[in-house]
Design a protein around this ligand. Structure first.
Ligand code: 5AD
Ligand code: SF4
Length: 488
């Protein structure tokens, strides 16, 4: 992240007729300056500021990447239009974790093709995890010729440079890297919310769970230096942010490969010291790497939120082994109960996959048993999706659809039951709520989140957005509460 004024100063130093610097991020500053000039000429031709829209699919990691794309686009002179229908530049930031994510992208691309027919000047860019798959690129080249720019997850920092090349040329531009060990800091970013922000602490994943495509599309694990992370958070806090979400595919292994190794728990302790920062969240934890040190740091912290997302995937030790998860049913339960013992008010959430190859009804019974024993506050249940190139895709005994559906419903029912029991337990308590937005159904209400991530609706107005309020919880409606502000 870089401040607007600092970037301005850097850009003034360039002679755009000269060749660009080789070093990053200076090279990108050069291209931002160059793109800015090109976009201002485009604005003259159009008689207005050109518009853009970034459409995000997938996880919080992608949401953060989209903020980086928007940061560059605003800096070079595009205006956020909020809709892809009549924007001059539309970007789809894609996800490929399950096949339905891909299908949604193809569906929306079909619609976009019609928009482009109506507005032939529209430029279309597509990036993100899906683009790291060779088969997708082949399909793009063959059936989606109307797309102007295609890039991947590893070279997103080069976006300004790619935009310049795209604007100079009418051909489809494709730039995909297989992997990278580079982390480019200090590029512009815009935030969706002024008071909260995601922050990447690491990129990629080394776990190779046998069903998962992420290690293939996001590359090997790389941690950012703690100093860069702290500096970024300090800048965000100075800019009004009070809640941060530390992002990584497996935050519990943060820092292990740095020149000066540091644990995730130590990083959290350093972040806790930042004055003005009120809340710290993080995503995602792998059970095999979750240390006692982390549990203790969470327990003793005033800022780390009372929420831990701890993906289970399956409760059957046999299936866990085939998934390459590297823990057993018993180890997982022991860990979850230890966390509940140490931090009783914590909310535990999870991800579960139903229908992994070879899964029997008895395996699903084990999953249901874990759900009951741990008593999740919430769980995301997914039907197994075969991802080409992963070891599980080549496994025999893919589970028949009707069996998957039946077991999926069994799991869902159990999850709904346990989470209802958990959420009702906060009724009539006084809690702190970060007010995030106006309620979209009723404009006399605002909506916010408790530390444990539960949603609360209460009477209020726009001036409360971004503030922490003491709230009494009056009514529980399953996944959310209604409450009212009390004097502090
Ligand atoms: N099929 C179904 N669900 C998957 N996930 C990851 N890969 C797959 C797949 N091939 C789920 C996991 C993970 C979440 C982000 O997505 O539960 O935790
Ligand atoms: Fe996020 Fe994984 Fe989807 Fe990529 S593939 S957007 S990392 S969930």
């Amino acid at each position: 992240m870089i401040k607007k004024d600092d970037l301005e100063l850097k850009m003034q130093q360039f002679d755009l007729a000269m060749s660009p610097p080789v070093q990053e991020p200076e090279r990108q500053y050069f291209y931002i300056a160059k793109a800015k000039k090109m976009v201002s000429e485009l604005a003259k031709t159009l008689g207005r500021k050109p518009t853009f829209c970034v459409v995000t699919f997938g996880c919080q990691m992608n949401a953060r990447d989209s903020e980086k794309l928007s940061g560059i686009l605003e800096e070079i002179g595009y205006e956020d239009n909020g809709t892809d229908e009549n924007s001059d530049f539309v970007i789809f930031n894609t996800c490929t974790v399950r096949d339905n994510a891909n299908q949604r992208v193809y569906g929306r691309l079909g619609v976009l093709k019609n928009y482009k027919k109506k507005n032939p000047n529209m430029r279309i860019g597509i990036c993100g995890c899906m683009m790291q798959e060779q088969s997708v690129i082949e399909k793009m080249k063959k059936s989606y010729r109307f797309v102007d720019l295609i890039f991947g997850t590893h070279n997103i920092f080069k976006f300004a440079e790619l935009v310049v090349r795209m604007l100079e040329n009418d051909e489809m531009l494709i730039d995909i890297w297989k992997d990278t060990d580079q982390i480019v800091e200090d590029l512009p970013i815009v935030r969706k919310y002024p008071f909260k922000s995601g922050i990447n602490i690491m990129f990629g994943c080394n776990n190779f769970c046998s069903y998962c495509i992420v290690p293939y599309v996001r590359g090997r694990e790389r941690s950012r230096n703690p100093e860069d992370i702290i500096r970024e958070i300090e800048m965000l806090v100075a800019d009004g942010v009070i809640e941060i979400m530390l992002l990584g595919q497996n935050v519990n292994s943060y820092g292990k490969n740095l020149d000066e190794p540091i644990s995730f728990a130590q990083l959290l302790q350093r972040i806790e010291q930042i004055e003005g920062l009120e809340r710290i969240r993080f995503m995602t934890s792998h059970p095999k790497d979750l240390s006692d040190e982390l549990i203790a740091v969470m327990r003793d912290s005033k800022k780390i939120c009372r929420h831990l997302h701890l993906p289970l995937q399956s409760g059957s030790t046999r299936i866990l082994e085939k998934m390459n998860r590297r823990y057993t049913k018993e180890q997982y339960i022991e860990l979850a109960l230890k966390i509940r013992r140490e931090i009783p008010d914590i909310s535990l959430t999870t991800d579960i996959i139903v229908g992994f190859p070879g899964e029997t009804d008895e395996d699903v019974d084990d999953t249901i048993d874990v759900i009951k024993k741990v008593g999740y506050d919430n769980a995301f249940t997914f039907i197994y999706s075969k991802r080409t190139g992963t070891p599980a895709a080549a496994m025999e005994n893919q589970v028949p659809e009707d069996m998957v559906k039946r077991n999926f419903n069994r799991v869902l029912e159990t999850v709904q039951h346990t989470s209802k029991n958990r959420s009702v337990s906060y009724l009539d308590q006084d809690v702190t709520v970060l007010i995030e937005e106006m309620n979209d159904q009723d404009d006399t209400l605002v909506t916010g989140r408790m530390s444990n991530n539960t949603i609360v609706h209460l009477k209020g107005n726009a001036s409360m957005i971004g503030t922490l309020q003491n709230v009494h919880l009056d009514e529980c409606h399953g996944f959310y509460y209604n409450g009212h502000v009390i004097e502090s």
